[in-house]
Write a protein that binds this ligand. Structure first.
Ligand SMILES: Cc1cc2nc3c(=O)[nH]c(=O)nc-3n(C[C@H](O)[C@H](O)[C@H](O)COP(=O)(O)OP(=O)(O)OC[C@H]3O[C@@H](n4cnc5c(N)ncnc54)[C@H](O)[C@@H]3O)c2cc1C
Ligand code: SF4
Ligand code: SF4
Length: 441
């Protein structure tokens, strides 16, 4: 296979795995990630081992990232936003804009020092993993006013060039892996849960971040160890009123693992699950449920609402089996949020002129897809194609790469004589996130 170029959009576990798989071939790979750090959502997850491994696969993400750092034919384009796409003949030209990064050792040391200087630490973002290279970046969203020449950073960060400009790039690629991921359901959309006003009602993603930064779970209002903990399942999934009829598949297993880890850390904790169903935990959900019942309380009903209680507690109101409204107090409520199509899926679909399935996810090419014709050279991967766990995202990224390699081989055999005229597709308009792509029926 000749020295061809391939782009991977999205540096979560699916994009990292696709790039790693591609790196074993004689290809130049461009990995384009819009945030300054690789790893996507899963790089934030904590180990849930409670004596024994719970197979959450969070450590797999760290391992894949470590391997990627050694892959010489993978060119990283971090903090890079796709602005537009041109296609000439069989080649894509991806226009990106990259926010300034500080990659030299001297700049990294300066940022580390700034991160440890009182009053300045909020300007620095540290990568979620020690395998993130570079590890430190400036949080440009908080830098407004700091580019004023009169602003002087403290030693030794005062040598940092705050006037670095964004960089435009044109990336060439014969084929593209779309691994732009998912977005977690925003619990503010369920007004009755009062997530915005009750600090001790958190999403599972927030609880992961608390556990990662503090080393264990605690309740946000006063950093105390919560004793009475509730998990609410299916938040934003299997719910017609939010348009999300699908099961997100990962939330039953991830919440049970988190609950087991919490109980191991704090054996006196009392954990209640409000649930509709138990999915994807293993082949025998009833058996799992019976095992879990000996550790946790399971209430098969969805709460009506969540209200403030005494001493920072929260009250969950629900309908009992006897059809009476009951109120139980908790110290902490964890919302098991589901997976929705990625924030950029619609605009990427428009840019690449491809369709989405009826829920708004890309469809993997291997599913006999009607939404992405083969001549498009686009290969969706990971949770951008629907709810998936880490292992499934890795597997599916490998499948997408297999399809891509087969496609490139068949293209090589084709006569490249008649190039098509230059086609320009509109860029993402980040000011209006409401693009309406073509959805297949
Ligand atoms: C609360 C919660 C807990 C979970 N816990 C577990 C668990 O314990 N174990 C498990 O196996 N799974 C778990 N999952 C599922 C897991 O998060 C996914 O399987 C995994 O993150 C999917 O990886 P991905 O790369 O497809 O997507 P993502 O992780 O979403 O990564 C996508 C990447 O693409 C980037 N991107 C998006 N748009 C663009 C663009 N336009 N240009 C450039 N880059 C872009 C994003 O910045 C991101 O880095 C959990 C999910 C949730 C919601
Ligand atoms: S991170 Fe998950 S898979 Fe890895 S050791 Fe811990 S529990 Fe096991
Ligand atoms: S995995 Fe469990 S919590 Fe998540 S949507 Fe499916 S049934 Fe609900």
């Amino acid at each position: 296979m000749p020295d061809q170029q391939v782009a991977v959009i999205g540096g979560g576990i699916a994009g990292i795995s696709a790039a790693l798989e591609l790196s074993q071939h004689n290809l130049h790979i461009h990995l384009v990630e819009k945030s300054p750090f690789l790893g996507g959502h899963a790089i934030h997850y904590t180990c849930k081992a409670n004596g024994a491994c719970q197979h959450c696969n969070a450590c797999l993400v760290q391992e894949q990232l470590k391997k990627l750092n050694k892959a010489e034919n993978v060119h990283l384009h971090l903090a890079s936003q796709l602005q537009g796409i041109q296609k000439k003949g069989d080649t894509y030209y991806l226009e990106t804009k990259q926010s300034p990064l500080f990659e030299s050792t001297k700049e990294q040391e300066a940022l580390k020092a700034l991160a440890n200087t009182e009053g300045w630490e909020h300007l620095v973002q540290r990568g979620p993993s020690r395998h993130n290279i570079p590890l430190y970046t400036l949080d440009w969203s908080r830098m407004e006013g700091s580019t004023d020449p009169s602003v002087i950073l403290p030693e030794p960060a005062n040598g940092l060039d705050l006037n670095k400009k964004e960089r435009s790039e044109l990336i060439q690629a014969e084929a593209v892996v779309l691994a732009s991921g998912f977005q977690p359901f925003d619990p503010r959309r369920i007004g009755t849960y009062n997530y915005s006003s009750l600090s001790n009602v958190v999403s599972a993603l927030e609880m992961e971040k608390i556990r990662r930064t503090r080393g264990h779970h605690l309740r946000p209002s006063d950093n105390a160890s919560p004793r009475r903990i509730a998990f609410i399942q299916c938040v934003g999934s299997r719910n017609a009123s939010h348009g999300n009829l699908w099961c997100s598949r990962v939330c039953c297993p991830y919440s049970l693992r988190m609950a087991r880890a919490m109980q191991a850390e704090q054996p006196e904790s009392e954990i209640t699950f409000f649930y509709m169903d138990l999915q994807n935990c293993d082949r025998e959900p009833e058996k799992t449920l019976n095992t879990c019942r000996s550790h946790f309380r399971f209430l098969r009903m969805m709460p009506v609402d969540i209200l403030p209680g005494e001493n920072d507690s929260v009250i969950i109101r629900y309908m009992s089996r006897e059809e009476r409204i009951k109120e139980d107090p908790f110290d902490l409520v964890v919302l098991s949020v589901g997976m929705e199509p990625g924030a950029d899926s619609a605009s990427l679909a428009r840019m690449f002129d491809i369709g989405l399935n009826r829920h708004g996810f890309f469809r993997p090419a291997s599913e006999g897809d009607r939404t992405i014709p083969p001549e498009k050279d686009i290969f969706p991967a990971g949770a951008a194609t629907g709810p998936k766990n880490i292992a499934e995202s890795i597997e599916q990224a490998k499948e997408a790469v297999k399809d891509l390699l087969t496609h490139i081989s068949s293209q090589e055999k084709k006569d490249h004589g008649h190039e098509r005229s230059l086609v320009f597709h509109p860029s993402i308009d980040h000011r209006h996130g409401m693009d309406r792509p073509n959805r297949s029926p």
